[in-house]
Design a binder for this molecule. Sequence first.
Ligand code: MN
Ligand code: MN
Length: 392
Amino acid sequence: MEDKNHLDSNSLPQPRKEERGGDILGARNLEVESQNPDFFVSPDVDHGTMPNLKWPFAMSHMRVESGGWSREVTVREMPESTQIASVNMHLEPGGIRELHWHKEAEWAMMIKGSARVTSIDTEGNVAIDDVEEGGLWNFPSGIPHSIQALENGAEFLLVFDDGAFSENSTFAISDWIAHTPKEVLAKNFGVSADYFDKFPDGEKYMLKGKVPGPLIQNLPESPNKAVDPPFTFSFYDGKKVETEGGTVYIVDSTNFKQATTIAAALVEVEPGGIRELHWHPNAAEWQYYLEGQGRMTVFAATGKARTYDYQAGDAGYVPFAMGHYIENTGDTPLRFLEMFQSDHFADLSLSRWMSQTPPSLLKEHLPIDDDFIKNHLHSDLRPVVKWGRSAK
Ligand code: MN
Ligand code: MN
């Protein structure tokens, strides 16, 4: 996108638009400026005051612990994001995210490596499963769980159905026991109070561990029935929509039955392709960019719009019902997640809407011709589009 910026004699981008603007004389951060070319020299359609809808995970505090690390994007980092919060977490081989629970539901996608997740439901049924790349889990609100990385470690994205969530305020097993009188623990478990003398004196959060053996040899002492429907799923078992410009996998409660509060789409946009102009009638959209680079213009009605650039590792956000598109601005595939606080994925396509409107009515609004209506609108589900050179 650098061609849009005026380059000075030192090949540095400068905020100039034809006759307007001028060179920066004082302090500047070239790396951040060049990652955000549409902030630096915005498209002319951008207008009005818009909220910040971008937060790179690289700007979040990294919590470095025994066994791994985590960093989060919540309403504190991206104030518009009231419906969704997220944590990017890494566990070394055998590393454990401590047994815990929280008020919010937790949806997750494995990005690299694999992990074993363990949980129970309110009927006392047991859930233990290994999750590979592209694999998912969903623990409903209040359901306890832990995550342990297998032999190659694990890196994953956790998504919570409340923007105010914090990974630093979960109910942890070590913390609870540390804050219960020892004589009460003695009564509860039928052992003497001094049995608890060597227990941790507070939350562990994350810990080192040995890589566990095969699933079948790693069961509770007397397991109950398995949780059904399971807490785990895979994007690749979701609804697949293939188009000329890319592929979309949709996972929500219609296929992943346990995901009753978080819906997701994994979108792959080929170079030259675009996640078409659309909006969502049910929830705001929280985004995570997995690979490649893209840009999005968010239309906020009343003439307001702004264009945002994204790289792998960034979070993005679209406030409820606002119109948007995501264009692949690189020469490699763009992969990102669309996440919604909802039991189902839903979108409305501008092209599809126009295709289902009487041509005479459309022509009253916009100066379009019959060729446009016949050959450039689609009535089918086609979330990603890519036109040949002829369409330019
Ligand atoms: Mn959790
Ligand atoms: Mn969208």
